[in-house]
Write a protein that binds this ligand. Sequence first.
Ligand code: PHE
Ligand code: ZN
Length: 841
Amino acid sequence: MRTDTPVPTRLQDYTPPAWLVETVHLTFRLDPEATVVRSEIRFVPGAGGDLHLDGQALRLLSASINGEAIRPDLHECGLTVLEEQLPDGPFTWVAETRINPQANTALEGLYMSNGMYCTQCEAEGFRRITYFPDRPDVMAVYTVRIEGAEPVMLSNGNPAGSGEGWAEWHDPWPKPSYLFALVAGDLRSVEDSFTTRSGRDVDLRIWVRDGDQDRCAYAMDSLKRSMKWDEEVYGREYDLDLFQIVAVDDFNAGAMENKGLNIFNSKYVLASPETATDGDFEGIESVIAHEYFHNWTGNRITCRDWFQLSLKEGLTVFRDQQFSADMRSEPVKRIDDVLRLRAAQFREDAGPLAHPVRPAEYIEINNFYTATVYEKGAELIRMLREIVGAEGYAKALDLYFERHDGEAATIEDWLKVFEDATGHDLTQFKRWYEQAGTPRVHVAEQFEDGRFTLTFRQETPPTPGQPEKAPVPIPIRWGLLGAQGEVAAGTFVLDKAQDSLIVEVPERPVPSLLRGFSAPVILMHEGAPGDRAARLARDTDPFNRWEAGRSLALDTLVQGADPQDWLDGTIAVAMDETLDPTFRALALGLPSEDEIARQIAETGRSVDPDAVRADRIGLDRKLAEALGPRAAELRAAMATPGPYSPDGDAPGKRELANRMLGLMTRLDPTAPEAPFADATNMTDRLTALALLVREGRGEAALAEFHAQWQHLPGVVDKWFAVQAGQAAPDRAVEVVTALTEHPDFNWKTPNRFRALVGGFAGGNPAGFHRVDGAGYRFVADWLIRLDKLNPMTAARLSGVFETWRRYDDTRQDLMEAELERIASTDGLSRDTAEMIGRIRA
Ligand code: PHE
Ligand code: ZN
């Protein structure tokens, strides 16, 4: 049992740094088990006071100030030199520390992955490399010397010389320590170049393991498109002579924006038609863009402290969403983003882990890289743009870059540039950053004497620590549909608890509200009978057209309503050749089991995961029956002959064709056999494989797939995930347990762990929630095991329990027992302890 209660860090306790850093010279003498790091740091007075340097898992070999050896006071989280022992003005600190990269399984700080050295310093990993004021408001210029036998040795910035056994790097841009990076190993590069619009030539290099060079083309192309887009849309140019990306197999997150040296989880770099799906290509494009965009929103302008995390993440997600929308289809991208928002953020906001976009306190900051900080943070920026308009937004962003370049800024600074650039008062808008929970907007309609009145009422349910909520400004884009098409449209900002919109129209219209999902709220609006069917058939806003179908499907799945309107409307969309195939495929999609469960919980009922699954399959089957032979015809019409392309309309056609295959399989379980055998790309091959496994007929296909791809870790991850997600719920625990014995189950690699354990807990809800509790036990066992090695990834997995209160008493008791067992584990990490504590509270 834990005895120490960790003290939370609070936003209100922020104090400016006592000492600032001008320059840092680091020398690394690389050794897998005993790397020596020499740091020479030029300190200058800040707010004044003692010198506190953060440090963790370090062995201090020596320390001096202005050349005089000192023995600082070492404590658990660093060291302190008292003010009276310090010179009055600037001074030079030199220290040597020893670290063990090989033993670093947490993958924070300097660690080894597949024989290469790499680093991850965000949020607080730099303190595992050397003693330093490891906080983002201390920005400094770094020079790095790496000594070792590795053929390639990289750090941030521009190369500053190299020779036999050494390499030096200099980064002219002051940066916080969390953006430091070092990579060394036997790497190969793929090279290209980009000329900025002011004529600077930038070398682009993607570093991978030998053999992976031919799978970097899409990442490189995405990078060049990102660089161009940021110049054209935001006026932002790249600012070094070199931009490098390194792909690593062992990585806790997706990727990291280290200045000039991004480090990526290899799944967001490597792709070829045979090994990556259309979704993988799209993911690469958006993550490459995201990390590149951080160069301005995150690196040039960083965060004052970690409470401001959404300042860089919300904005950068919004920017990468805009980029993907421009590269692909805007409405489709919006639907995808809303699906993701609801799946992760609405789920989070509805449970014990709900927190504001700017949290007020944390115990472990790693636990706040959440859907709320990222995705809801992006929604807030989208709303700001909606409220001030596209021009106002552009002006505000220009002012933001001009005013805060080179600084560590706050949410207040961000809102202030909008106020100054556009004249809007955003005092009330700030509540969006401070209040957790998803607002509900209730709508009442009235039509009388040519006046159509919409009365909106907002309400936000209580969340942990926040029983009362104040109204927030909610931009509601609306349109009114008459018999002949749209009769009126506009944006209404609901900033009171209740307010009305009145429009003069000759006949009662069909209202289409919250178009484009203009605010991250739950709209409680069915409208008159037949209205949703009308919107599904002819709404001029594609998002709301899709949303109408979704809402009808949920009526059936949540309330047991007659599905006829949904079936008719959806089939009409599916067969409409004037519509984008991706949009048609999205309209044909059913809400996930987790989404249905969330909606059932909304109504106050407890969730039966087996019934949810059965009802969903039942509706899918009804759709298949209603389509009949048209499914195969449509599938054939969507064929994409010729060479594979991840861009253009081919991915949408594949998606629609594969959705048809899924429906055909409901009626004929052998349907995926030929498509599996004939597939020429991973998208088609994996779809067919998943369907075969779903139908319990996957054995031969799984063996063949494994034999073909066992040498590629990213594809082997898919092989694990497909089995975890598609195994029949009543034996899924047995399937995944057996897979943990498979020689390829390298559970210390986060991607592999997430593929199997996460693929089961998140991808197979009925299996995870099996009523005997075996699924919960399996996940808890592995969580406890991983926590000893990698707290960050283990803590993240604990989120699979965040919905535990949705279920019946039996399941709640079983989950509670597992949570209790995890909580009482000896030596549980601070990361996981905080998560489990919040989930149980
Ligand atoms: N800052 C990274 C991103 O969003 C995410 C990250 C956080 C990566 C922490 C690693 C560790 O792009
Ligand atoms: Zn980011």
